[in-house]
Design a protein around this ligand. Structure first.
Ligand code: ACO
Length: 335
């Protein structure tokens, strides 16, 4: 019996960022920090902040409508909706179900993936398996994040680095000579302690004491995450190339997780990849976690950088610790 594996690709992209811009110059008003420190250590100049009444699924909905329109796909056609997020609207139900309802996607299954900032790439890899197996034809994959709502605004080590945003892609089967060529998923739970939100789960349920101690906020050991991040970006990118039988010379664009320009430059240098082939927008959005890769991808498409047939690596790392990479031969269904 012939077993047909279908090649999955991205056929539509959409993004959304909240209106409110917070520049570095606002931060010294509430913290002992400076624009100079933040820019020189992270490359970030400004970030977006979600409104008080704006949730992760609200932003996901706005990005998703744009992605569906861009793909020419109606909500009825969706078989599956996957959101990668660390800041769901609630612990349950899944934000993907709230998005399913918002879209009226009555034929879709829906679930969230929790894989730190790597959640969008994890979700895209999962979607690709459903498509390859023929279990789903059309999948909506979203990275949406409202991390500014869970930051400790008294902790200068973390709060200056993050921002809010959402990005969505529609994935379908594409022609055999296009689409996802290779993937890698990785995890190392022994490093979970380096990036976490300690309270609010079963280990430490919410109490007045946990709230008073800011334990419902993101905590990070920046130096440990930095070391891990550079290694994960380099090794993950090399591994997807190896699995596809390609080399760094074949890479047209690297779309990395946007956490810190120093991490991106360090990884590009180790890969011997010139920065002209690396997509960067961390300066304007900060670290938007799961939204960062689709936000950067959409910008590179809008600027006419990524074209049909280009080899594009998307690479990410994050809490877990996790990392993931995906090598895609870009399919421009609009050409
Ligand atoms: N303003 C001014 N000074 C600061 C600030 C700030 N905002 N934050 C820290 N400092 C101080 C520190 O207290 C320290 O002072 P000390 O030497 O007196 O103790 C000094 O600056 C240097 O601190 P370092 O931690 O050595 O600074 P570094 O150059 O390593 O940069 C940073 C810190 C930006 C956090 C870096 O380590 C980093 O980017 N790490 C990775 C973070 C990351 O990518 N996280 C996201 C993971 S993805 C996810 O899943 C969410």
């Amino acid at each position: 019996m012939k077993c047909e594996v279908k090649r999955a690709g991205i056929v539509g992209v959409g993004t959304y960022v909240p209106e409110r811009v917070m520049t570095n110059f606002e931060l010294p008003e509430i913290l002992d920090t400076s624009d100079e420190w933040i820019r020189s250590r992270s490359g970030i100049r400004e970030r977006r902040l979600s409104a008080d009444d704006e949730s992760t699924s609200d932003m996901a909905l706005k990005a998703s409508w744009k992605a569906l329109e861009n793909a020419g796909v109606s909500p009825d056609e969706l078989d599956l909706i996957i959101i990668g997020t660390n800041t769901p609207d609630m612990l349950f139900p899944a934000s993907a179900c709230l998005l399913q309802d918002g879209l009226g996607a009555k034929n879709a299954g829906a679930f969230d993936i929790l894989a730190g900032c790597t959640g969008f790439i994890y979700a895209a890899v999962v979607a690709a398996q459903f498509i390859a197996a023929g279990t789903a034809r059309t999948v909506l994959v979203v990275g949406s994040e409202t991390l500014t709502k869970v930051l400790n605004w008294k902790d200068r080590n973390t709060c200056v680095l993050f921002g809010d945003g959402a990005g969505a892609v529609v994935m379908k089967q594409v022609p055999e000579d296009r689409g996802i060529l290779s993937v890698v998923l990785g995890s190392d739970g022994s490093g979970g302690k380096f990036l976490k939100m300690p309270a609010g789960g079963s280990r430490m349920p919410a109490t007045p004491d946990t709230v008073a101690a800011d334990l419902h906020c993101l905590q990070m050991n920046g130096r440990e995450v930095y070391k891990f991040a550079v290694r994960a970006m380099e090794e993950g990118s090399s591994e997807v190339l190896r699995r596809a039988g390609l080399t760094v010379n074949d890479v047209d664009f690297l779309v990395p997780h946007q956490a810190n320009i120093r991490i991106i430059e360090h990884a590009a240098k180790k890969l011997h990849l010139p920065m002209e082939r690396v997509v960067v927008n961390v300066d304007r959005y900060g670290n938007t976690s799961t939204a960062s890769v689709p936000l950067a991808l959409e910008e590179a498409l809008q600027n006419g950088k990524i074209k049909d047939g280009d080899n594009v690596i998307m690479i990410g790392f994050g809490a877990g610790l996790t990392w993931a990479g995906l090598l895609i031969k870009w399919y421009d269904c609009h050409r």
